[in-house]
Design a protein around this ligand. Structure first.
Ligand code: MOS
Length: 704
């Protein structure tokens, strides 16, 4: 389905498919929407985290006397006095990252590790005292140097489950290939940088632990906190009404755990808010990657060999893999195929999921390499991709649920004016500018996670949906209103959606491009049941009629297919040969990403991803200082993200693509917008200049 502006839109099927402004929009633009750090509490105390100033070592016993004597200071928690937490459990993502189990021992595994929480009557008093607190360390030598040649790189998952997929004889196929690309591509450490900093307020209320939080899934936070503090999950409630961005960074983090500890010790509500600088070490980030891609093809561009090897880093305390080599497993087949993710452990914070983990950096390397192969074979890059379009999953052999990647390229090429493109690089000049265009493919897995929802028919004729969904700024609340209205067969304004409260039950988080799909499934199931009940007649009692759903059985019964969203990215750039500046002039992304619930917010979501691709291609880069182990310039002055002036005409649209097994036809659009975007820009820079840029970001000094 395409958007209303293109004139090719099939009729909307009820409420979903028609553009709808955000149901909470008026609250947000009038400032009445309260974010986690805004909610008032009587007797509220403020915690401020003190972070380690060494990259490795041990914390000496902490002398708190002078700080405790400072105005307003209520407590100082540190490894010598903090409550014990349990870390011997498997949460949603496996064993917990010890980074969240604050103050449990004297080890410092990276710079910026939380060593103390100072709690005071006001935020200013807490900050002043935290900055005055002297923490001494037994410092040990550290190692934070990431590079492709690390001899200590290893295959994560252990010998039983290494993250390697292979078939065929790679060396033999490479040797018999007429065209070979063998290059290394690198991407730097990148940070989520959501607008709203992480914030949590913990309190004990009526024997229950309550957290007012900014997160991607309140049920998730309940489960983790309950395990950490050995509580029954029913005695923990987490609320997260509005969230100002997350992108993978808003799970369980040190500040929530520290807030719970302090609220427990003081028996008062305690709020801990992170500063922008603290977010650079406490909330996860995207690992840098060093990726080697080897492609071997016949003269006509058909792949014989495809190898993608990606090295990323993790901390010494927890294993997280940026799975960049995985994208080839679904995109392109070859007679011999090998993809492997490897890791190196360094004295750095643990990286985490960041929008399109794996696919974002992986597609930069793979889709750049394909462009290089197209150049060698004298083929149009879109034709090269068409020649290598697989019939079934290249590694899995599974059928595709739907795969409309070539439809995206056709629609995109038409609208971008690709047919007029002169393939020769470095020949289009406008004064001191060189102009070029580039393209790349996009893909992202489509999954659903069992969730529960409740839909109530109210006595006044309205309907209330309750689900522990999170709207991290995507418009999820609005999408669910549209989905519920459709399933109920009522106008959207009769539906009220309540989200962000763990008391509504277990549900998927806003993550992995699975939020809306998982929640819409549960909401649709409950709403359809309710509609049937109401059709039988009878009156609605004062408490309403509530139907609950649980999608575990339905999702468990799904047949296994290669279920992905796809897309085609197009970019035009102008490269200033005097200053080395690259400016994107226009971008177009066409996606095949299942049924689009709300074209208005979907476009925002996809364009947002593409803009992040501009940022990734040209701006974002966190530099770690080898000597101190610290991120240099850990703020928006030192860490550049694309600003308005960097963002030209960016257009996102979609082709008809309906998931055959999803009750609404959804696949998910949270992440695919960024996938392939940086490669399309890098390929355009090559087309402009004739020079390949294999290291992001493409800074002016790399152009000159
Ligand atoms: Mo995300 S990286 O889908 O939380």
């Amino acid at each position: 389905m395409t958007t209303a502006t293109t004139g090719t839109t099939p009729p909307a099927e009820g409420a979903h498919g028609s553009p709808h402004t955000r149901v909470e929009g008026p609250e947000k633009v009038t400032g009445t929407a309260r974010y986690a750090g805004d909610v008032p509490f009587a007797e509220l105390a403020y915690g401020w985290l003190a972070l380690s100033t060494v990259a490795r070592g041990r914390v000496r016993p902490v002398d708190t006397a002078s700080v405790l004597a400072m105005p307003g200071v209520l407590a100082v928690l540190h490894h010598g006095n903090a409550p014990h937490v349990n870390t011997d459990y498997a949460g949603m993502l496996g064993p917990p990252d010890p980074t969240i189990a604050v103050f449990q021992n004297d080890r410092v595994p990276h710079r910026g590790w939380p060593v103390a929480l100072v709690v005071a009557e006001t935020s200013e008093q807490a900050r002043e005292a935290a900055e005055a607190l002297v923490v001494e360390y037994e410092e040990e030598p550290h190692d934070v140097a990431f590079d492709a040649g690390r001899p200590d790189a290893y295959a994560p998952g252990g010998p039983e489950k290494p993250d390697v997929a292979e078939k065929g004889d790679l060396a033999a196929q490479l040797a018999s290939s007429a065209a070979v690309v063998d290059e290394e591509y690198t991407t730097p450490e990148e940070h989520h940088s959501p607008m709203e900093p992480h914030a949590a307020t913990a309190r004990w209320e009526g024997g229950r632990l309550e957290l007012v939080d900014s997160n991607q899934g309140s049920a998730w936070i309940v489960n983790e906190l309950a395990k950490l503090f050995s509580l029954d999950p029913s005695s923990v409630r987490v609320r997260s009404e509005h969230v100002g961005g997350a992108f993978g960074s808003k799970g369980v983090r040190a500040h929530q755990v520290a807030a719970v500890m302090a609220a427990t010790v003081l028996q008062r509500p305690v709020r801990v808010v992170l500063t922008r600088r603290q977010m650079f070490t406490l909330t996860g980030y995207r690992s840098p990657t060093a990726q080697r891609v080897r492609l071997g093809a016949d003269a006509d561009g058909r792949l014989r060999a495809l190898e993608h090897d990606s090295l990323s880093l993790t901390s010494t305390v927890h294993e997280f893999v940026e799975p960049s080599a995985g994208v080839a497993r679904v995109m392109y087949d070859a007679t011999a195929h090998r993809t492997a993710n490897r890791l190196v452990r360094l004295d750095v914070p643990t990286p985490t999921f960041m929008r399109a983990p794996g696919e974002a950096p992986g597609s930069f390397a793979l889709e750049s390499a394909l462009d290089e192969l197209a150049e060698q074979c004298g083929l149009d890059p879109i034709e090269l991709r068409a020649r290598n379009e697989p019939e079934t999953g290249p590694v899995s052999g599974l059928p595709f649920s739907t795969r409309n990647v070539l439809a995206c390229f056709r629609e995109g090429a038409d609208r971008f004016g690709w047919a007029e493109r002169d393939p020769r690089p470095g020949i289009r000049r406008e004064g001191h500018l060189l102009i070029g265009t580039g393209t790349a493919a996009a893909s992202f897995p489509s999954r659903a996670i069992p969730s529960t929802a409740a839909v109530t028919a109210e006595q006044d004729g309205g309907f209330t949906v309750r689900i522990t969904a999170a709207d991290v700024g995507t418009g999820a609340r609005t999408a669910l209103a549209l989905v519920a209205a459709d399933a109920l067969g009522v106008p959207t304004d009769q539906v009220r959606v309540r989200i962000g409260d763990s008391d509504f039950g277990q549900a998927m988080i806003a993550g992995g491009s699975m939020g809306t799909r998982s929640w819409a499934w549960a909401v649709t199931a409950a709403a359809r049941d309710l509609r049937e009940q109401l059709a039988l007649g009878g009156s609605v009692p004062p408490e309403g009629i509530t139907v609950r759903s649980d999608t575990a059985a339905a999702i468990g019964a799904l047949t296994e297919t290669e279920r992905h969203a796809y897309g085609a990215q197009f970019a035009e750039v102008a490269v200033d040969t005097a200053t080395g500046e690259v400016r994107v002039r226009r971008m177009l992304g066409i996606f095949a990403a299942g049924r689009i619930v709300n074209p208005l917010t979907a476009r925002g979501q996809l364009v947002g991803g593409m803009i992040w691709g501009i940022s990734m291609a040209l701006h974002e880069e966190a530099a770690r200082d080898d000597a101190s182990g610290a991120t240099v310039g850990a703020d928006f002055a030192g860490y550049h993200v694309a600003a308005n002036a960097d963002v030209p005409h960016v257009e996102a649209d979609w082709v008809t693509d309906v998931d055959p097994d999803d009750p609404v036809g959804i696949k998910g659009i949270g992440e695919i917008g960024i996938v392939g975007a940086a490669a399309a820009i890098a390929n355009a820079v090559w087309h402009a200049t004739g020079v390949r840029h294999r290291h992001l970001p493409i800074r002016p000094d790399r152009i000159l």
